[in-house]
Design a protein around this ligand. Structure first.
Ligand SMILES: CC(C)(COP(=O)(O)OP(=O)(O)OC[C@H]1O[C@@H](n2cnc3c(N)ncnc32)[C@H](O)[C@@H]1OP(=O)(O)O)[C@@H](O)C(=O)NCCC(=O)NCCS
Length: 200
C-alpha cells in the first residue's frame, strides 16, 4: 500500500513558493495528459526531489542506500543535475509531473536516452511519490510519454528497464503497451527489458 513520505526538508520550500512556482513553471510544460502536466525540472525542485527519494518505498528497487538526509540530498542534487544536462543535450529527460488541479508535485516521468548492451534506446521512466500510487497516474503519464516518443521524437521503439522484482513497474509497462523482451545487464545490474515498437 502507498505510504506517506517521511517529513523531509532540503533546500528552500514553502507552500506559497510552490504556488507561484506552478504559475512560473507553466512555460516549462512539455506534455499534458488528462490529470497531469509534465514540465522541465528546475533547480527549485530540489526539495520535492528530496521528499520523493527520502521514501524507502520509492527507492526500494534502486541500487542506493540513502540512510541519512545528507545522503538523500546528495543523491537528489546529482539526479537533478543529470536531468538538467539531458534537457540541454537531448531536449528531453524525466520531467516533473504535477496535478493540473492544484499543482501538487506527483513525481518524475519522462524519456531518457540510454545505451543498453551497446544499443541506443529511449526509455520511458516513472517514479511517483507513494501517496499518489494506485490512481493510474503513472500509466497516464507514461502513455503521454509514449505518444510523445513516437509522434514527436519519431522513435521506432521505446523501452523500460525494470528491476526483476518491481511488479508495479512491469504492470505500468504492460498497460503502456510494452512486453517483456529479455533479461539484460545494465550498469552492472540485472534488469528486465520491456519494449514496444512504433505502431507506424
Ligand atoms: C512504478 C510506480 C510508478 C507504479 O505505480 P502504480 O500506482 O502501481 O501505477 P499507476 O499510477 O499507473 O496506477 C495503477 C493502479 O491504479 C489503479 N487505479 C485506481 N484508480 C485508477 C484510475 N482512475 N485510472 C487508472 N487506474 C486506476 C489501477 O487499477 C492500478 O492498480 P492495479 O495495478 O492494482 O490494478 C510506483 O510503484 C513507483 O513510483 N515506484 C517507485 C519508483 C519505481 O520503482 N519506478 C519504476 C522504476 S523502473
Amino acid at each position: 500500500m502507498p505510504r506517506s513520505s517521511p517529513g523531509f526538508e532540503c533546500g528552500p520550500h514553502d507552500s506559497s513558493a510552490s504556488a507561484s512556482a506552478v504559475k512560473q513553471n507553466s512555460a516549462l510544460v512539455e506534455i499534458a495528459s488528462a490529470r497531469l502536466n509534465l514540465r522541465r525540472f528546475t533547480p527549485d525542485d530540489l526539495a520535492e526531489l528530496c521528499r520523493l527519494f527520502s521514501d524507502p518505498a520509492v527507492t526500494r528497487h534502486y541500487d542506493v542506500n540513502l540512510g541519512s538526509m545528507a545522503e538523500v540530498e546528495e543523491y537528489a542534487r546529482a539526479w537533478l543535475d543529470r536531468r538538467l544536462r539531458a534537457y540541454a543535450d537531448h531536449g528531453h529527460a524525466l520531467w516533473a509531473a504535477e496535478l493540473k488541479m492544484g499543482g501538487a508535485f506527483v513525481g518524475a516521468v519522462g524519456l531518457t536516452e540510454q545505451t543498453v548492451e551497446g544499443r541506443a534506446d529511449t526509455e520511458i521512466g516513472y517514479h511517483l511519490k507513494s501517496e499518489h500510487w494506485e490512481r493510474g497516474l503513472a500509466t497516464e503519464a507514461a502513455i503521454a510519454c509514449r505518444d510523445y516518443g513516437f509522434a514527436r521524437l519519431q522513435r521506432s521503439r521505446l523501452i523500460s528497464l525494470i528491476a526483476p522484482g518491481n511488479h508495479p513497474s512491469m504492470a505500468v509497462a504492460r498497460r503502456v503497451g510494452m512486453s517483456r523482451e529479455r533479461d539484460v545487464t545494465w550498469r552492472g545490474r540485472a534488469f528486465v527489458l520491456f519494449s514496444m515498437a512504433s505502431p507506424r
